[in-house]
Ligand binder design. Structure first.
Ligand code: PGA
Length: 250
């Protein structure tokens, strides 16, 4: 892998039924072969579609990932899915610590760290999300919040091969709002610095994605910001044309 080869990851959240494989098919067909050396592309569908999607994506350069995993490998955890199960189903990445999980399921930094570690132990690349709420930004706490999320949730033994950070301001998710280019540059620079304190030199090579209302029409500008190495895309990843528009912004 080229160091810091950008990654565009689609997070489908709780969307997608068996028929949605047609959207994946459109993405596979629309992904220009010339782009494979420039950008990695990942789709994270709901668990129910992971095995089917990995089967369909075989032979293409599209990767499939999960949206969460349990910290344990197996056992009495009704309803949960382990990183090992995701890997077994063909996934190569998993999102951990998304703000919707931190909020809906009260996931602490310690839980997110255990999940990231479990993902890495299972051979997956963990996409670990951090980001401030609107109130925290307005109170000038953005960097403090991001710092404590990173120090509490990044497994120290991570490296650029098994960790991706996603900066997702909570107030920018699904709202159509995005931070200014300067604000994104400031936070991404800060994340790289802080990551260096946790994982060492490999922080230089670790990809830091921006997420929150990335669309085809703002992707070029957002993805050109220093230390932005790709995007985590929610809503716009559900339509092949929009998602491909973001991929092609590279
Ligand atoms: P959005 O979601 O692109 O719909 O804002 C991003 C995310 O939650 O990962």
């Amino acid at each position: 892998m080229l160091s810091r080869k950008p990654l565009v990851a689609g997070n489908w959240k709780m969307n997608g039924l068996q028929g949605s494989v047609s959207v994946l098919q459109e993405i596979i067909e629309g992904f220009d072969p010339g782009l494979t050396t420039k950008v990695d592309v990942l789709i994270c569908p709901p668990f129910t579609l992971v095995a089917q999607f990995t089967e369909r994506a075989k032979g293409s350069s599209i990767r499939i990932g999960g949206q969460d995993c349990q910290a344990h490998v197996s056992g009495a955890h009704t309803g949960d899915i382990s990183a090992t199960m995701l890997e077994d189903a063909g996934a190569t990445y998993v999102i951990v610590g998304h703000s919707e999980r931190r909020a809906d399921h009260h996931e602490s930094d310690a839980i997110v760290q255990a999940k990231a570690k479990a993902a890495q132990d299972a051979g997956l690349i963990a996409i670990l999300c951090v980001g401030e709420t609107k109130a925290q930004r307005e109170a000038g706490q953005t960097l403090d919040v991001v710092k404590s999320q990173l120090s509490g949730s990044v497994p120290p033994e991570s490296d650029s091969g098994n960790l991706v950070i996603a900066y997702e301001p909570v107030w920018a998710i699904g709202t159509g709002l995005t931070p200014t280019i300067n604000d994104i540059a400031e936070v991404h620079h800060f994340i790289r610095q802080e990551l260096g304190l946790i994982i060492g030199e490999d922080a230089e090579k670790t990809r830091i994605l921006y997420g929150g209302s990335v669309k085809p029409d703002n992707a070029k500008e957002l993805l050109a910001v220093a230390n932005v190495n790709g995007a985590l895309v929610g809503g716009a990843s559900l339509k092949a044309a929009d998602f491909l528009g973001i991929v092609r912004a590279h």
